[in-house]
Design a protein around this ligand. Sequence first.
Ligand code: APR
Length: 234
Amino acid sequence: MAADKGAFPRIVILTGAGVSAESGLGTFRDKDGLWTKYDLEEVATPQGFARNPALVHDFYNARRANLLGAAPNAAHDALARLQAARPAAVTLVTQNVDDLHERAGAQDVIHMHGELMRARCAACGHVWDAPQVMAPNDPCPACGAPATRPDVVWFGEFPYHMDRIAEALAQADLFVAIGTSGQVYPAAGFVEEAAMSGARTLELNLEPTTARFDEHRSGPASRIVPAWVAELLD
Ligand code: APR
């Protein structure tokens, strides 16, 4: 834990789809998860987008519509509370492309897989707030090129903010993975990276996903995340 007993630990939190599951957003690999309904090769790779951009936009338009009807749950609220109480101690990294952490009040959320509510121009790199419905050949508002796409990191693409995440993991006293199956790298390797820097590691999930954490707490995020935050703050 922290260098001296009294200091609050420097915490890196990594969230995955499980933190938004109780807000009604699908996870990927659970029973009836998104990857049981869609072929990720078709809707979450650059090759799939090049082959059929209309299908990919339909997939993300449907997820955007779903997100607009969703609300943060008690887990998002608790993490925002923790960060507000100890802003210098908490780094919040998410694999999720939803904006529920922000809608719960979290600041400076590190979206390593991009954001559903943002669009990007593949020609000039311009990024802007996505319209609810995107279509192939929508012109980029900056350069006009018909090269717009969701600002989401697809399989085979490099996640965002990796330097900043590596720096936070190197200084962490505690690494907490919440609602992630730990199947997708580089996020799945953060627990080892943190442990190598001497951090204690904790997993909050419906059930343990791996033996690689020092501690596991099992249960729905909306119950076990507020309980964990209350322990830290009270
Ligand atoms: N509370 C806590 N954990 C939950 C809950 C819940 N209510 N519901 C599900 N979970 C857990 C599951 O046990 C599982 O470990 O959430 C995890 C969801 O795993 P995945 O569906 O694989 O989602 P995630 O780990 O976020 O996927 C990582 O893969 O497809 C890519 O880019 C996509 O960011 C995503 C990445």
